[in-house]
Every structure is written in structure tokens, then in C-alpha cells.
Design a protein. Structure first.
Length: 202
């Protein structure tokens, strides 16, 4: 498989600590000193933050969903921690590597930051139960509908679980939310900001 040379800008490199595997065997980071309890808005990536075109891993294939960045900024303003939680089985299937995923993800974070918003963390699971690569062959608890990525966020952030929610476009997203014990909401296209407002404002 062709692996292009991916050069990160300084600004993108500074965001790299926000992107990590959400798998159980990975080292947890403690909450930041002085952090306060906040609700977490978990957002699926493909089909919620960006259009689901199938294994999106290049900038030219990335298309923001309508008002996606505005929805993130709205959640920021309300004091939510914004966490993207994404199955990345394309890595386990050998369709692209973690370097390609990281490059696209850091670009995505920078685009949000340039617009005045913040994605606090991106958790991903690269595993697949039928991978031919031993590194990625696993029935991982972090792979949705497993709750592993949400459990990791609970350990790394001071979560107000009662007000937290997950917004996804697949039954596996809702399954992860239910397994973790928070509200799960199905997004079926349309304006993302309006979808988020309906959840938050009831």
C-alpha cells in the first residue's frame, strides 16, 4: 500500500496530543489540574461531523456536514467538552494507515480552531475482528457498539454523566451510548447545529 509523505505544520503538530486511541490497553491520561466537571458531547465522525463517503482518510474527500463547525462552537459556548469518537476499521483493514488518519484528524482540528472552536479530544479505534494485520486483529471494547472510548473519556475528563450525550448516525453509536449509560441520539443528515440544539435544549 502506498504511504504518502505527510508533513505536519507546526500548528497541526501542537494539536497532536488531542488525538489518541481509545482502546482499553492504552495508557490513560489524568484530568488536567484545576479541571472542573463538565458534560461531554460525544460526536461520531463519518456521517455526523463530515459526510460519510466510506473510509474517508484524505483532505480532498472530507466534506463538513452542514453547520458542523457552528455546532461545535455552540457546544463550546455552553461549556461542553467536545469529543469525537470514531471507529477506524479502515486502518485494521489495511486501506490506510494511522499516519494518514492522524494527518487528516489534525487538519480537521486546525480547521475548527481557525474558525474559533475547539474539539477537545478525538478517540479512535483502529481494530477489526477480521484484520489480517496482527497489530489490529482484535474484538476491541473500544470499537462501537462497545463503550470503551466513552469509558476512557470518563477516566480522562471530569464528566457530568447526567448531561452528557452521544450523537451518531448508526445503531452502533446508539449501542455504545446505551452500554455506557448516557443518552444516544440518531442523526440523519440536515443541519447539525439544529440537531445539537434540539438535544441540548430539549
Amino acid at each position: 500500500m502506498h504511504r504518502p509523505s505527510l508533513l505536519l505544520s507546526d500548528a497541526m503538530s501542537e494539536l497532536s496530543d488531542k488525538v489518541r486511541r481509545g482502546c482499553p490497553q492504552e495508557k490513560r491520561l489524568p484530568p488536567r489540574p484545576g479541571a472542573t466537571q463538565r458534560p461531554i458531547a460525544f460526536l461520531d465522525r463519518d456521517g455526523v461531523v463530515n459526510a460519510d463517503r466510506g473510509y474517508v482518510h484524505m483532505i480532498e474527500d472530507f466534506e463538513w456536514m452542514p453547520s458542523a463547525i457552528e455546532a461545535i462552537k455552540y457546544l463550546n459556548a455552553l461549556g461542553y467538552t467536545v469529543a469525537v469518537v470514531t471507529n477506524q476499521s479502515g486502518i485494521g483493514r489495511g486501506l490506510y494507515g494511522e499516519a494518514e488518519f492522524m494527518f487528516l484528524t489534525l487538519w480537521m482540528l486546525q480547521e475548527v480552531q481557525n474558525a474559533g472552536g475547539t474539539i477537545d479530544v478525538v478517540y479512535y479505534c483502529p481494530h477489526h475482528p477480521e484484520s489480517t494485520d496482527p497489530e489490529y486483529l482484535a474484538a476491541c471494547r473500544a470499537r462501537k457498539p462497545g463503550p470503551g472510548m466513552l469509558e476512557r473519556a470518563d477516566e480522562e475528563f471530569l464528566m457530568d454523566k447526567h448531561r452528557s450525550f452521544l450523537l451518531g448516525n448508526r445503531d452502533s453509536d446508539i449501542g455504545a451510548a446505551l452500554a455506557f449509560g448516557i443518552a444516544g441520539h440518531l442523526y440523519e443528515d440536515g443541519d447539525l447545529l439544529e440537531a445539537v440544539r434540539r438535544i441540548v435544549e430539549g
